[in-house]
Design a protein around this ligand. Sequence first.
Ligand SMILES: [Fe+2]
Length: 151
Amino acid sequence: MSHIHDFTHIIVRDATENNLEMKPELKEHLPEDSVVISTLLHDVCKADIYKEAIKKRQNASGRWEEYQGYDVDYNNFPLGHGEKSVIVLLRMGLNLTDDEIMAIRWHMSAWDLSLQSPEAKGNYNAAKERCPLCSLVRAADNLSANLLERK
Ligand SMILES: [Fe+2]
């Protein structure tokens, strides 16, 4: 595993342990298996979207050069983000719990809400209210994306 995953694991483990120490009643909502499954597999939806592509960039002297990069192509299974991860994992035979499904589905929080959809907002808020794992996975993903994977 990469250093990012190792560090994310430490952050998630510490956050889980701190939450459970402060609020022991959360223990039944944050089983270790669910934390591991949700934090490691929430972005399975990305597994088939990156395609190698030649990109161009300006080097230090201002000359254009080509480099090997990636484009994103959603055509293979255009189903969204968190909801796609859930469906792919279920199709693979993983027996996800309700909390794991909600945490993976809503890990993008408000960034993944359909515009002006009261139903999506209601579902997101209800999931967040009844499933502490949603907040934990969202926090871990946010830390990873904004701190650890920052360029
Ligand atoms: Fe994601």
